[in-house]
Design a protein around this ligand. Structure first.
Ligand code: GLY
Ligand code: MN
Ligand code: MN
Length: 463
């Protein structure tokens, strides 16, 4: 946890931004994997961690904006519980570490909420994402689970987003710790991959490093020779000579701040000529995008720079043609780059995505519905303290190529004949975690190989 003052100050700042009412925060409960006693690893809600620092299941809290009172609701362990969990700090102790002295039982939450409702007071809640909390909100407020997103308080969502979006130095240090563990995971993978291995061996090694550092993974590992499948969690393939390996993996610190990096490298010691060409295009887009990141720039424009650079490289390879500004404007490049250039990073790997992308990444402006652009999670103007990913890529998706070709789509911009010879190539992504500073930006974490020469040097050293 951070020092107690951090949580006290955060809650005071939040309270000052809300006009009136009570702010109801639901922490997460244990979540069953296949039966009640066999649970997923417990993960606390990130907003609950941010304002209360309590990393245990079964907690809720209320900040009363008008009375200035904060209460934590949870039950102390019974002797039956302790048999299974061991002795843990009491509710009062955990609340006090975050500066809250008023604690009540879990059951007392119902009466408190009912009292607020009966007096016509506004109960502000965030949009729930776990079934357990949807049911609790149904019980407490009568809001049907399918309508709870509309019932969530925009005033609270906006205030929380604006606070969590700007990372303080303590948070940046914690994210950088996560990134450094993540880099160790990636270095291990770059060093170990050989023809004949199975993807699962790489996934296991990087998971080991995350766990040994004292935290968990920040999202399920992507360790694949089919990098063209964006969220490919299958680890069953055997690596062959000539394959390209894509690792997208990240660690969380014990405090749950996340890292999120992607490395792409050959299964052989060196890149093939075609792998080099495609990698260079992605690296150029990556460098151009990072070069464009500074306060006051809209990330929508960073994304445009990244798409425009990818398109220029694709034209050099004979995969795209025509006027590239038009091609990017119309979305033709999305044949090769189907997603966004980045997303916020913090306590969540896609930071605050539960609060709504349109608030986190767009400040309420509508998102595009265009294929490709609609997957851009961050578009807003960058401010010092923002931490996000920069992750352009090129993905050769056979099914997409087949369908667009059959539809005659973007024939002015895409050379389908040349594209045919790239199907089966896989995908390349280069992902870094970036902090906006007062003057510009900084890539977080220690050194890791990014250029072809650097990757090949690390590979050669261990071959
Ligand atoms: N690791 C998921 C992503 O890069 O967004
Ligand atoms: Mn990633
Ligand atoms: Mn990412």
């Amino acid at each position: 946890m951070f020092p107690v003052e951090t949580y006290v100050e955060r809650r005071a700042r939040l309270r000052a931004q809300l006009s009136s009412g009570v702010l109801l925060f639901l922490g997460n409960d244990e979540s069953p994997m296949n039966y009640a006693a066999n649970t997923f690893h417990f993960r606390q809600d990130s907003t609950f961690l941010y304002y209360f620092g309590i990393d245990q299941p079964g907690y809720a809290a209320i900040i009363d904006v008008d009375e200035g009172r904060t209460t934590v609701f949870a039950d102390d362990l019974t002797l039956d519980d302790i048999v299974w969990t061991g002795v843990l700090p009491t509710v009062a102790e955990l609340a006090a570490r975050g500066g809250v002295t008023d604690t009540r039982t879990a059951a007392a939450l119902d009466a408190r909420v009912q009292d607020a409702v009966a007096r016509g007071r506004r109960v502000h809640v965030l949009p729930p994402y776990r079934p357990e909390n949807k049911l609790k909100l149904f019980r407490l407020l009568g809001a049907h689970p399918e309508r709870q997103h509309e019932a969530a308080s925009l005033e609270l969502v906006r205030a929380v987003v604006e606070m969590r979006a700007v990372k303080g130095p303590d948070e940046v240090a914690e994210i950088e710790r996560a990134v450094d563990t993540t880099i160790a995971m990636h270095l291990a993978a770059v060093r170990m991959v050989r023809p004949g291995m199975v993807e699962a061996e790489v996934a296991a090694r990087v998971t080991e490093i995350a766990l040994a550092a004292g935290g968990q993974l920040s999202f399920p590992v992507i360790a694949t020779i089919h990098g063209e499948t964006l969220h490919n969690h299958d680890h069953s393939h055997t690596l062959g000579s000539g394959d390209l390996f894509l690792l997208d993996a990240g660690a969380e610190t014990a405090m749950h701040y996340a890292g999120d990096l992607t490395s792409t490298f050959p299964v052989d010691a060196t890149f093939t000529p075609r792998q080099r060409e495609v990698y260079e295009v992605v690296l150029a887009a990556h460098l151009a995008a990072v070069g464009a990141c500074r306060p006051g720039v809209r990330f929508r424009d960073v994304h445009r720079v990244s798409c425009r650079t990818l398109a220029a490289g694709l034209k050099d390879l004979g995969l795209m043609k025509g006027d590239l500004d038009d091609a990017v404007e119309q979305g033709a490049h999305a044949m090769f780059f189907q997603c966004g250039t980045g997303h916020m990073l913090g306590l969540d790997v896609h930071d605050m995505e539960d609060l709504g992308e349109v608030w986190v990444g767009y400040q309420g402006e509508p998102k595009s519905t265009q294929f490709g652009l609609k997957s851009l999670r961050l578009a807003r103007e960058l401010r010092p303290g923002f931490v996000f990913t920069v992750e352009p890529g090129l993905y050769f998706i056979p099914e997409l190529a087949r369908r667009w070709k059959a539809e005659g789509k973007f024939t002015d911009f895409i050379d389908y004949g040349t594209l045919e010879s790239y199907l089966g190539f896989g995908g390349v992504r280069i992902e870094e975690n970036v902090l906006i500073t007062e003057q510009g930006c900084r890539i977080l974490g220690a050194w890791r190989p990014r250029t072809i020469a650097e990757v090949e040097t690390v590979r050669a050293h261990d071959h």
